[in-house]
Write a protein that binds this ligand. Structure first.
Ligand SMILES: [Zn+2]
Length: 324
C-alpha cells in the first residue's frame, strides 16, 4: 500500500484544511506570546514537523505528550529522493517549529519552507557537529557529486545525536516556555539512555578483532558510525542514493570482498536490493539481511525508534562478521 492510499487519508486531509485556517493566525500570536513573564497555559500540543522518521522519534522523546510530531519522510522512505507534495506543504503551514538534519541532506526543504512562507523557527539539528567528508576517494567515483562533499548521515554516531537532542529541547523551549522544564528533563533522561547505548555499541565491537570489522552496504551511509566505532564500510553507491553505482564501482567492490575476505554484505531498508544481490551472486556471499541507515522501520519492525535501530544494526553486522 502506498503512503498516499491509507484509509484515514481523507478525514485527515479534511482536518488539515481545518488546521490551515488556524495556522494562518498562529505566527502572529506566537510572536506576541514569546515574552517570558507569564507563559500561557498550553491548551493544545505544540505542532512540530521533523523532516524524516529518525528525527521524528528524537523529537517525540524530548517533547513527550506536549508535542504532536509530523514526519515528512516516513519509515522506509528515502529522504535523498523525496519529492514534497501539496499535503506536505500544508503540514509545514500548520507547524510551529520545524526540525531538520542539515549538512545538505534535505535538499528539498528550503523550497518547501518558502513555498508556504514559513516564518517559525527552523532548527538544524546537526549544528555544531564536526562534519565528515564523503568517502569519495575510497570508492573512486569518476563522476562528481553534485550535492557537495559533506556526509549528511551524522545521526549514525550516537554522540552526535546527544547534540541533536540538546537542540531539540532548546527549540521546544523557544516555542513553549511553560513546557521547558519537562523538555529539559526528557532530554536529560534520553541522553542518559544514549550514553548507555554508546557504551553498549563499543563493548559489542570490542569483541570483534579490528581486522575483521568490514561491512558492505548499498549506499555510503555509515561513515560516522565507522569513524566512531572502528568499522570499515564499503558501499557501491556514494553518500546520496540519487547517484547510481557504475559497473566499475560494483567490480571494485567484488574485488575488495574477495581480497579482504569480507563476509558482511547488507541491503538497506531504503535502497534497491538488486545491486547488493548482484554483488552477492558474483562473490557467492548471501546478503546477511537489512540495515536501517536513513530511516526507521514501521512500529512492528525491528527498528521502530533510534535506539532500537542502532542496536539492531550493530547486532546484525557483528553476527554477519562472525558467520554461522
Ligand atoms: Zn543516505
Amino acid at each position: 500500500m502506498s503512503p498516499t492510499s491509507y484509509p484515514w487519508n481523507l478525514p485527515r486531509r479534511a482536518m488539515l484544511g481545518f488546521g490551515l485556517a488556524l495556522a494562518v493566525c498562529s505566527p502572529a500570536l506566537q510572536a506576541q506570546a514569546t515574552p517570558a513573564q507569564s507563559p500561557p497555559v498550553q491548551a493544545a500540543p505544540v505542532q512540530a514537523v521533523a523532516t524524516f522518521s529518525i528525527l521524528g522519534d528524537l523529537v517525540r522523546q524530548v517533547g513527550g505528550e506536549r508535542v504532536a510530531v509530523t514526519v515528512l519522510v516516513g519509515p522506509g522512505a528515502d529522504a535523498h529522493v523525496f519529492r514534497p507534495t501539496p499535503a506536505h506543504a500544508r503540514q509545514i503551514g500548520q507547524a510551529q517549529i520545524v526540525f531538520s538534519n542539515g549538512l545538505g541532506y534535505e535538499s528539498w526543504l528550503a523550497r518547501l519552507l518558502s513555498s508556504v512562507n514559513y516564518r517559525g523557527p527552523h532548527v538544524v539539528l546537526s549544528t555544531g557537529v564536526q562534519p565528515l567528508k564523503a568517502g569519495k576517494k575510497k570508492h573512486g567515483h569518476a563522476h562528481g557529486h553534485d550535492h557537495g562533499d559533506t556526509d549528511p548521515h551524522a545521526w549514525q554516531n550516537v554522540a552526535h545525536v546527544m547534540t541533536y537532542v540538546a537542540h531539540i529541547a532548546q527549540g521546544l523551549c523557544q516555542v513553549d516556555a511553560s513546557g521547558c522544564d519537562l523538555y529539559r528533563r526528557n532530554a536529560g533522561s534520553y541522553t542518559a539512555e544514549l550514553r548507555a547505548l554508546e557504551a553498549e555499541i563499543r563493548a559489542s565491537w570490542a569483541e570483534v578483532p579490528a581486522a575483521q570489522r568490514s561491512v558492505i552496504t548499498s549506499h555510503d551511509a555509515f561513515g560516522y558510525y565507522g569513524a566512531a566505532y572502528g568499522v570499515r564500510f564499503f558501499a557501491a553507491q556514494g553518500i546520496d542514493t540519487k547517484n547510481a553505482a557504475s559497473a566499475q564501482d560494483v567490480a571494485r567492490l567484488v574485488r575488495q570482498i574477495r581480497r579482504d575476505n569480507i563476509r558482511a554484505l547488507f541491503v538497506e531498508n531504503i535502497a534497491d536490493p538488486r545491486l547488493i544481490e548482484q554483488i552477492g551472486r558474483e562473490t557467492g556471499l548471501r546478503p546477511a539481511g537489512k540495515l536501517f541507515s536513513d530511516s526507521l522501520s514501521g512500529a512492528d519492525g525491528p527498528a521502530p525508534n533510534y535506539i532500537a535501530m542502532m542496536r539492531y544494526n550493530t547486532r546484525a553486522m557483528i553476527n554477519a562478521i562472525r558467520g554461522p
